[in-house]
Design a protein around this ligand. Structure first.
Ligand code: SF4
Length: 322
């Protein structure tokens, strides 16, 4: 059964600043937090129970209509990004959702996936109309896979990597592979060398090297320095790049919309004031004012990580599916 949205909830959020996709209009197609993994670095918290069950977790029509409504209101994101609060390929309707969105817009559609289900013929077929698929590959062997991604017991490292490579052979769009570097886990030259054969098999168009810039699910999933990240990216070859911080543009906005959009954004992930201003295209002082009011009323809370102050919306305050 598809899960109904609750009153006041929204499955569409942003546009948010994406270091890979510019201004990205997020489309959340699984309830918080429906995932095949429980990654130690996950920025939206732990997965209470991993799953591999594919089903229509959320109704298709309201999602598609809301994307259309946002675009009709004048939003012009760089990408419409299917992803959100878990693994979107667990939604068995993902192909229909992408197809319907493509029927009313030329804005490219991207899919953020952890790659664990790309071996499935059904999933491979569903993603054919996406313009960009962005799978993750954080582990270089079975042991690091268990350590970093803490997958559902039915998912093996070998099947997952072979699945991403198989998908490459049947998909003509862009594949941008993300490798998330965690201090003390996969941050050595040996680890980069071990990624080599897997990357060769997958043959991605780009490789994005990333590290924790937001509070991770486990405090020990620490970030590496920009210098280390650059050095490791070089080891991965010319297609690899470190993802740069996004800088956005300011735009006009009324106070009520501003508050609503900020709350929606923070329901999805913790952000700094700079992230919010860049993602929503708002002046910094307006965002300061809004978050101060929302924090005072208890709608949002703060958390400090690496000397940066993040705002987030506590789960108990969320009225809709995340
Ligand atoms: S980082 Fe992505 S794949 Fe990993 S647990 Fe979080 S939502 Fe799932």
């Amino acid at each position: 059964m598809p899960r109904d949205r609750k009153e006041g909830g929204s499955l569409i959020y942003g546009p948010v600043p994406s270091r890979r996709l510019g201004r990205s209009l997020g489309v959340d197609i699984v309830p918080y937090k429906t995932c095949t993994f429980d990654c130690i670095y996950c920025q939206i918290g732990r997965t209470p129970q991993t799953t591999t069950i594919r089903r229509p977790y959320i109704e298709t029509e309201p999602i598609v209509s809301e994307v259309a409504a946002r675009l009709n209101k004048g939003e012009t994101p760089d990408y419409i990004t299917v992803g959100g609060s878990g693994e979107p390929c667990l939604n068995s309707e993902i192909g229909i959702i992408i197809k319907k969105i493509k029927q009313f817009t030329d804005i490219p559609v991207a899919v953020l996936t952890n790659g664990s289900l790309l071996w499935s013929h059904e999933v491979q077929t569903s993603l054919q109309e996406a313009d960009v698929v962005l799978p993750s590959l954080d582990a270089f062997d079975a042991e690091s896979f268990r350590k970093i991604n803490r997958p559902h017991p039915d998912i093996s490292f070998e099947v997952m990597v072979r699945g991403i490579a198989d998908f490459r052979s049947v998909y003509s769009g862009q594949i941008w592979l993300e490798i998330f570097i965690i201090r003390g886990v996969n941050d050595t030259d040996d680890a980069m060398a071990a990624f080599g054969p897997h990357i060769a098999a997958i043959n991605p168009d780009r490789i994005h090297v990333n590290t924790a810039v937001r509070p991770p699910a486990e405090k020990y999933a620490g970030q590496v320095s920009p210098e280390v990240l650059n050095r490791l990216a070089e080891k991965l070859g010319p297609r690899a790049e470190v993802i740069a911080e996004f800088k956005g543009q300011s735009r006009q906005h009324n106070e009520e919309d501003m508050g609503r959009e900020i709350v929606e954004m923070l329901s999805r992930r913790p952000c700094t004031v700079e992230d919010i201003a860049a993602g929503l295209g708002l002046p910094r002082d307006s965002v300061d004012r809004q978050v101060a009011g929302l924090a005072r009323s208890g709608t949002i809370q703060t958390r400090r990580s690496k000397d940066r102050l993040y705002y987030f919306r506590p789960a108990e305050n969320n009225t809709g599916d995340k």
